[in-house]
Design a protein around this ligand. Structure first.
Ligand code: AMP
Ligand code: DBH
Length: 541
């Protein structure tokens, strides 16, 4: 069974082909090309692994044979939840080679998210590591097998217990990639989203590989480039902006960092001569704080990409003086559109803007709340469509009706100013999610968890500014009977099996939520009113 095709109108498809964006390569064929072009060059450094392109390709083909041997058929989905280790690249290229469709979960995801992603994608298998960051994934895998009917296999990197060992998959390897149509969905990426649980983002071979090739060029990559994958590899940013795919595309080397902390990352930069990496703003701040005191030589680093959340100009201005490299601001979204400041842009643009779109065929509209264009320099809502921006989420009719216009523009929910030259400055956002250090958290999702507690009558979750994280979560809670405390609620939410970054940072108990004369106000209005009453007046608990 395959998933529905992403539909661009035919005239757009023709344009994207004619303009050379969609080139008809699949991820499976890409692996063969990389091996042919860069065979003995170093592709991957991860833990003890030092693998050439030929070795990476060989292992991916063996894994592909293993996946096929389990009975997984082309077009079927496989949920992948792996940390930054060598198996990540082997698994995803192995899946592509076997014609399978990876679905990317973050290592931080727990039961609630994983069960949802597995069920929603119709996953047939689940690939995990045995442990990461102190968490044992095997009990979670047992739950997925028991509760999601379609999932028939669990494949484990590390100690596999009763499951299939990743290292035992396959033997000789497939000799050629299982043919796929490059216009078909290659993988499902996830969206942080502003409502409910994460949504699935269908990306095609053609659209995604265009963004990879173009990003590699914009970021000045070549075969000497060494990319440090410091953010979780499943995130769109380290995947393709320009990410490990951009670096592999040109024959460079990917270095996997098990985590993005300076003490780990700096050693890897010095040891492997890392030239480029990508970070979210809080990590960039942490690196700038740590660099002057570090004993490691960071002089190989040429470019630091920063994105995922707004990087304030004061911090942006400090990148070159403290880290000795060029800052590249990256404003992207897993749904598609990615903006970069260019490496040779004037300092003023690099510090004060979030860049401009990758493609001449990216269409960008900045509209007021009534849908009319705003003049250049004025803030408005950002809408976009283009050769690598989706036309709809996977099986989400009501979200699609909200998030896409009838003529196919994606409503990003971001408020931006368009500046001369098409540069964008992110000013804020219209939607109700919290951007906590680059992780997007749906207010609604956290509210639903809080309201499930018997001591909670109602809850509303808002973003609070935070000097380090950018934003943190604050939950306003109206108690039901009893005296439930913050720590009880945090423990309760955590125990429901959600990613730790979604547990509210702060909980403020309030006697009641205001309702208007008409009755219940919208959640959006309620959140705004609560912020106004309790936070903007400086009396937050
Ligand atoms: P997602 O749709 O979950 O992939 O998250 C993408 C969202 O992250 C964007 O729509 C923005 O709200 C936010 N974002 C990404 N990069 C930046 C940036 N450089 N500055 C401000 N916001 C950003
Ligand atoms: O936040 C994001 O989703 C993001 C940030 C930078 C992204 O998807 C990207 C670059 O490609």
């Amino acid at each position: 069974m395959s998933i529905p095709r992403q539909i661009w109108p035919e005239s757009f498809e023709r344009l994207y082909v004619a303009n050379g964006h969609w080139q008809g390569e699949t991820f499976g064929r890409m692996l063969d090309r990389l091996e042919a072009d860069f065979g003995e060059r170093l592709a991957l450094v991860a833990g003890e692994a030092r693998w050439s392109y030929a070795e990476l390709a060989r292992r991916a083909r063996v894994a592909a044979e293993g996946f096929a041997g389990l009975g997984l058929a082309p077009g079927e989905r496989v949920l992948v939840q792996l940390p930054n280790r060598a198996e990540f690249l082997v698994a995803v290229f192995g899946l592509f080679y076997a014609g399978l469709v990876p679905v990317y979960a973050l290592p931080a995801h727990r039961e609630t998210e994983v069960l949802h992603l597995a069920a929603k994608s119709g996953a047939r298998a689940y690939v995990i590591a045995d442990r990461h960051d102190g968490f044992d994934y095997l009990p979670l895998a047992r739950k997925v097998l028991a509760e999601v009917p379609g999932v028939a296999h669990v494949i484990v990197a590390g100690a596999a217990a009763e499951f299939t060992a990743f290292d035992g998959l396959g033997d000789q390897g497939l000799t050629a990639p299982v043919p796929r149509n490059p216009r078909e969905v290659a993988f499902l990426q996830i969206s942080g989203g502003s409502t409910g649980l994460p949504k699935l983002i269908p990306r095609t071979h053609d659209d995604y590989l265009y963004s990879v090739r173009a990003s590699a060029e914009i970021c000045g990559l070549n075969a000497e480039s060494v990319y440090l994958c410091a953010l979780p590899a499943a995130h769109n940013f380290p995947m393709s902006s320009p990410g490990y795919l951009g670096v592999l595309h040109v024959g460079g080397t990917v270095v996997m960092s098990p985590n993005p902390q300076p003490e780990v990352a700096f050693r890897l930069i010095a040891e492997h001569g890392v030239t480029i990496t990508g970070l979210v703003p809080p990590l960039a701040l942490l690196w700038m704080q740590a660099a002057p005191r570090s004993k490691h030589d960071l002089s190989s680093l040429q470019v630091l990409g920063v994105g995922g959340a707004k990087f304030i100009p004061e911090a942006a201005a400090r990148v070159r003086p403290t880290l000795g490299c060029t800052l590249q601001q990256v404003f992207g979204m897993a749904e598609g559109l990615v903006n970069y400041t260019r490496l040779d842009d004037p300092e003023d643009i690099i510090i004060n803007t979030q860049g401009r779109p990758i493609s001449p065929d990216d269409e960008v509209l900045v509209l007021d709340d009534d849908g009319n264009p705003v003049p250049e320099g004025e803030p408005g809502n950002l809408y976009t469509r283009g050769p690598y921006t989706i036309r709809g989420y996977h099986e989400e009719p009501s979200a699609n009706a909200r998030s896409f216009t009838p003529d196919g523009f994606y409503r990003t929910g971001d408020v931006v100013r368009r500046l001369p030259g098409g540069y964008l400055e992110v000013r804020g956002r219209a939607g109700d999610h919290i951007n906590r250090a680059g992780e997007k958290i749906s207010a609604e999702e956290v509210e639903d968890h809080l309201i499930a507690h018997e001591g909670v009558f109602d809850a509303a979750v808002v973003a609070l500014p935070d000097k380090f994280l950018g934003e943190k979560t604050c939950a306003f809670v109206v108690r039901a009977e009893g005296e439930v405390q913050s720590k009880d609620l945090k423990a309760f939410v955590r125990d429901r099996g959600i990613a730790e970054f979604k547990v509210p940072d702060q909980i403020v108990f309030v006697p009641a939520f205001e309702t208007t004369a008409v009755g219940k106000v919208s959640r959006k209005a309620l959140r705004a009113a609560l912020k106004d009453t309790y936070l903007n007046k400086g009396d937050a608990a």
